[in-house]
Design a protein around this ligand. Structure first.
Ligand code: ZN
Length: 397
């Protein structure tokens, strides 16, 4: 018997009233699939039709699927496992001919099981994807039980979808730690503790977005040499490195947050002094630490790629813009200096001074958890804006 395309709504039929009724029933079931766009990866409509003893099941698909068909005894069932599409066809059509009823349910993650409960055994004359994969068609005719029990069919397996790209990694670097307390405020506040508290807050906010992985150069009060902080970010292929500080200046009247990126020549004396003090953190490393030699440092700087510097500058602009809305800023808030921790040649890197321990006003604010939350929220917003801009920072491959 020749196969016919599925009935369309309103298609004229010259057959008898029984067939017209069947076509109308099938059309009613198919209509929703034409009336609205199908959800991605869905079985959007199901129809059972009968024609001269052949029962035809047609499932409308929005996406390529793979299927496996087999039979079960006691009671008689024809089972179709469909991988790659969820059932979105509403209530299954009523039984027809040897099909008592049709059921559909999630069998296991990603697999929908369609079961046809049968009144009598059938042979599967055809089980195939049609219309370029837009429909799965199964045709059945009555057959002896011995034939029924041997029936099975399967499509080509679905190609495995490519893995989603890995979420970018942000490395947070709380300044100082362990025997290096960093700057100490007039009230005795230690920079290392403020930096760690703010970084932990920031990590929580970034992880809560679900869009980034976050790693920290330290999560406890331990000493980490500057070069190790850089290597930590490089070896993990970080998309962004944020070093978090609250240093001290000679002038206690200077206050506010500021953002620093790498430059061989400091942009101003404040930036130069901060960099000098920061880089000196390694004096706490002790004799067992062999740091970066001046020669290696020069090589590192020469390796700094333009796009890394551009990325750092973009991040710094976002950081200044976000922080400015929340807290007092130092004038000329984006400054440049030769920080060792910013010298990763291939990781855009920014150092954020959340304020200065040398300022009583800043120290008092930085001791407050709600103020650190504001700072962390501004840094999180800046990092998100930076990472979601479509400008490629790292060369592909
Ligand atoms: Zn510091």
């Amino acid at each position: 018997m020749p196969l016919r395309p599925p009935a369309l709504p309103g298609a004229p039929s010259s057959r008898g009233p029984r067939r017209r009724a069947l076509v109308a029933a099938a059309a009613a079931l198919i209509v929703p699939a034409f009336a609205r766009p199908l959800a991605a990866r869905a079985i959007g409509a199901a129809a059972l039709t009968q024609d001269d003893g052949t029962v035809r099941l047609s499932l409308t698909l929005a996406e390529p699927i793979s299927f496996r068909l087999f039979t079960l005894d006691n009671p008689l069932r024809l089972v179709i496992d469909i991988e790659g599409a969820a059932w979105r066809a509403g209530a299954p059509p009523p039984g027809l001919g040897p099909v008592l009823r049709l059921r559909a349910a999630l069998n296991r993650p990603g697999v929908t099981r369609v079961v046809l409960d049968l009144a009598e055994p059938v042979a599967v004359r055809r089980a195939a994807l049609e219309r370029g994969g837009a429909a799965l068609v199964v045709e059945m005719v009555p057959a002896p039980r011995s034939v029924f029990l041997r029936e099975e069919a399967a499509s080509e397996p679905l190609p495995r979808p490519p893995q989603p790209p890995e979420r970018p990694l942000i490395v947070l670097d709380p300044g100082h730690g362990g025997r290096d307390p960093g700057a100490i405020g007039a009230s005795g506040t230690q920079e290392k503790r403020i930096a760690l508290a703010a970084a932990l807050e920031l990590r929580g906010m970034l992880e809560a977005t679900g869009r980034y992985r976050v790693a920290m150069t330290r999560t406890r009060d331990v000493f980490v040499p500057l070069a190790d902080r850089v290597r930590f970010a490089q070896s993990r292929n970080a998309a962004l490195f944020l070093s978090i500080h609250a240093d001290a200046l000679d002038d206690p009247s200077v206050r506010g947050a500021s953002v620093y990126t790498l430059a061989e020549h400091a942009s101003d004396s404040i930036a130069e002094r901060i960099a000098r003090n920061e880089n000196r953190a390694d004096r706490f490393a002790g004799p067992s630490f062999t740091g970066v030699t001046p020669e290696v440092a020069r090589i590192l700087i020469s390796l700094v790629r333009r796009e890394t510097l551009n990325g750092s500058a973009r991040m710094a602009r976002h950081a200044v813009a976000s922080l400015r809305r929340e807290v007092t800023m130092l004038p000329n808030s984006h400054r440049f200096a030769g920080f060792v921790v910013l010298k990763a040649p291939d990781v855009p890197s920014v150092l954020i001074e959340m304020g200065f321990m040398s300022s009583r006003a800043d120290e008092a604010l930085l001791r407050r958890a709600d103020h650190r939350r504001k700072l962390a929220a501004a840094m999180a917003e800046a990092a998100q804006r930076y990472l979601e801009e479509a400008v490629p920072v790292r060369a592909a491959g």
